[in-house]
Structures are given as structure tokens and as C-alpha cells.
Ligand binder design. Sequence first.
Ligand code: FAD
Ligand code: 2HG
Ligand code: ZN
Length: 482
Amino acid sequence: LTKDSYPNVARANYAKLTDEHIAKFQEILSSNQLITDKDELLNYNEDWMKKYRGESQLLLKPKTTEEVSEIIKYASEQNLAVVPQGGNTGLVGGSVPVFDEIILSLAGLNKFRSFDSTSGILKVDSGVILENADNFLKEQGYIFPLDLGAKGSCHVGGVVATNAGGLRLLRYGSLHGSVLGLEVVLPNGEIVSSINALRKDNTGYDLKQLFIGSEGTLGVITGVSILCPPRPKSFNVAFLGVESYDKVKETFVKAKAELGEILSAFELMDHNSQVLTKNHLKTSHPLEEEHPFYILIETSGSNNTHDMEKLEAFLENAFESETISDGVIAQDETQIKTLWNWRESIPESSQIGGGVYKYDVSIPLDDLYELTNAARERLIEADLLGEGKPVIDAVGYGHVGDGNLHLNVAVRHYDKAVEKCLEPFVYEWVSGKNGSISAEHGLGFQKKNYIGYSKSEAEIKLIKQLKGLYDPKAILNPYKYV
Ligand code: FAD
Ligand code: 2HG
Ligand code: ZN
């Protein structure tokens, strides 16, 4: 798998790990913070999709920013390459080594630093698990302004490093807006911090923005300060059946107009994504009848009677105008969770057959879903999809509210013929529609050769210059990004 996963890359001229290096790391950390056991390392060497696997011989698990700083300083002096790793839920092969890079796990940096219940500003170590941060905030009457299916494993630092979007970006916006400050260890070991920044700060360049979405290539994020909104008192979820993509768009326009400020998610699922999910969940689908498309709408606000009235009126209108043809509204929290589960389980369901090729793209809304059909047709033409063929199905779903489609090509096994059929085809297709080849998952290893489909030469030159400025020895997360 390793060799096949990483074609056309040669190991760069980094130092090879020696006993002397390990002895130095042992001086910085205590023994249970170093892992050299091959079996234990496998979980960290391999990514969530089991698509990318490196061969690191050392995992370091610091507990403090100072330990991170000492590790990075020494790695830089010794010309040792390092991959920062959060919860290892990234979907572009960015969080695992390509060759023998040292894995720097941030899981040990898991302390809550402070919470200001007047402003809603939360400060945490970067290794705090997203769900733990949100559970903490729940007790304070606040909510983390980002939610995603991997919340039980991914780190706050990991989502910042990838600039993850998630299920409620429609409501709370991107992390570029809600992150107030960061503490970062630079590739030479120096600690820079804007963690005490307040909401408004126009003194100089906004340096933290560069680290948001830099995927561990410019620095190691060790602390995050983030502005959290009050937790809505009432959540409602409707799950709808729709007959065409045009009607999905119509429903979106109506939802924005009629639900206004309480609309907090608008998620699309095609029929085939629900077939895969049903095979995985093995329970009955929320809607008895089948439809080409399904939509999950979430509202959140401060008054349940008012929100429910609005949602019911919206659904009634949508039924009457035949925009939607089916739908259920969750009646309690358990049903809300069940409905969300039919959406949040798609990533897992699409890979249990053996593997999955994922394309996370932004496309103007008119053409958003069409990519799924184009990819499916191409796979059929190439005789790659169907019974006994490598591809089980190509399904489309995603955050319609944000113009973000997830094309998942579920396969029985990873197969270069499938990859060649889809890449660069998908990227060319997206670029032809003025879309982005990475909406929210990042570039990682998967897309590093394709950035040119979304960024100009002048932009790529600047990106490379910045990388050279921050990390002249290129020790942080090599072979990725650009
Ligand atoms: P990792 O996977 O460990 O790392 C991701 C990248 O960030 C790597 O390049 C790594 O080197 C770098 N990195 C991690 N931590 C640090 C740090 N402290 N400092 C510097 N660099 C660091 N993404 C979305 O945008 N929206 C979704 O809705 C969404 N849903 C998902 C659902 C599932 C089931 C899964 C498996 C993934 C999903 N993702 C989604 C992908 C998403 O990128 C990750 O879940 C999350 O952003 C990564 O966090 P992590 O802690 O696991 O980081
Ligand atoms: C989601 O929206 C995630 O569920 C994952 O971004 C998408 O697996 C994918 O392709
Ligand atoms: Zn997503």
C-alpha cells in the first residue's frame, strides 16, 4: 500500500532517525510520551480512509507548548522532518507521514485554559477534542461555532489547521472569522502567540490567518482562542424528499427566505448516498418512499414554539407548491440525532466496502450536483462501476448551503485505474465551472499537484515564498500542500 499510495515522490534529503536523536527526545519527554513500537505506530502512520500510509518509526506526544518548542527546535537543528497530527481524521492524506517523518501528536496538549462567560471567548490547548470542547461549552450555555461528523476524534487544533467547514458554517461562518488568536510553534522552535487577542485588533498583519488552513506546513498550533456564540435553546430538524436538483435549489431559496435567522444547516444527500448509508446502518430510512434527493434542514433559535411554527409553515408552503414531496420533522432530541445520523454517517458508509475516493469541491450552485452525474457516467464508460467492478457507486452529498459538494466514489479496493479515471478529470471539471478543488478538507497529499486548478501561478508563487519564509528547511509536513 505504501509504495502504491505515494507514486512519483522521492524521499527528500532529511536526516535519518538515529538512537542519538531518540535519546535527545527522551531527555525532553518522559518515556510514555515516545512510541517506537511498530504495531502501535500503525494507527498513526495510516490515515482514516486507510488510503495513505507512511513508515514513521517515532511518535512524540508532548504535553506542553514548551515541549513542542524543544522538539521542533531540535528537529530543525538536526534536519529531521515532522508531521503534526491531531485526531488523524483528515481526508486528504495530510496528517500521516509519507516516508519516515517523525509524527508529532498533539493529543497530549488537552487542557482547557480559560472561558470568559461574558464574551464567550474559549481558550484551549490545540489537542482538546472538538466534542469535549462543545460539551464543556454546553454546560456554560455556549456552543462551539463548528460541528462535524468527526467531532468525537478531531482536535480543535486540527480543525483550525485544516480550516474545517462542517455542518453549521451556514450559521456561524468560517473559522477565519471566529478564531481570535493562536499560539503557534514555528519551524525553528520559536513560540509566537496571539492567544490573548480580543475581538477587534487592527495592529499589523493578521498573522494568525495564515495558520488557519495551513495544514501543519507553517507551524504547530498549540493553543486556540475562539469566540463562541450562545447555545440556541431550541433545535429542530426536518428531513425532506425532493424529486430533482432544481427543486433542491428552490427549497434552499425558500428556506433562506422563510426561515431566515433560525436556519442553521441545509444539507443535501442524493438517493445513492442513502442506499450506502442504509447498508451500513441497517435500520429503516426516515422516509418510507424513495426520492432522488433528500435534504436535512436544521433550525436553531431561542423559542421552540416560534421556531416550530416557522418550520411547519415553511414545510406546508413547500408541499403546496410541490417543491418538496415528502418530509418528517423530529419530535424530540433522539429523533433529531437519528435524522442527523443519516447525514453524518455517509462518509463512513461510503468506505466500508473497501475504500473510497473523495472529492470535496466548491461549485456555483447551479452546477453543484452535476459533477456526481459526470463522474458516474465516466466510470461507467470506463467499465469501472458495477457488480464485480472496482467501483460500488459514486454518490453526491454535502453542504448545499455553502456551495460545497462531496463526491464519494465507493470502491471495493483502491485501484489506480479508478484514480486515473477521476483525476485530473474531476479537477478539470470543477475548474471549468470556476469552482474550488478543495472546499473544506484541504490539499494534503491528495491534491498537492492540483492546486493550479484553483490558484493562479502568481498565487502559488506567493504561497511557496511564504513557506520558504516560515520554514526555510521545509521540515514541517513535507511532500504535501504545494
Ligand atoms: P488531522 O487529521 O490529524 O490533521 C489534519 C491536518 O492538519 C494535517 O495536515 C495535520 O498535519 C494538520 N494538523 C493537525 N493538528 C495540527 C496542529 N495542532 N498544528 C498544526 N497542524 C496540525 N471536514 C470539514 O471541513 N467538514 C466536515 O463536515 C467534515 N466532516 C468529517 C467527517 C468525518 C467522519 C471525518 C473522518 C472527517 C471529516 N472532516 C470534515 C475532515 C476534517 O478535515 C477533519 O475532521 C478535521 O478538520 C481534522 O482534524 P484532526 O484533528 O483530525 O486533524
Ligand atoms: C462531511 O461533510 C465531511 O460529511 C466528509 O466533510 C465528507 O467524506 C466526505 O467526503
Ligand atoms: Zn463536509
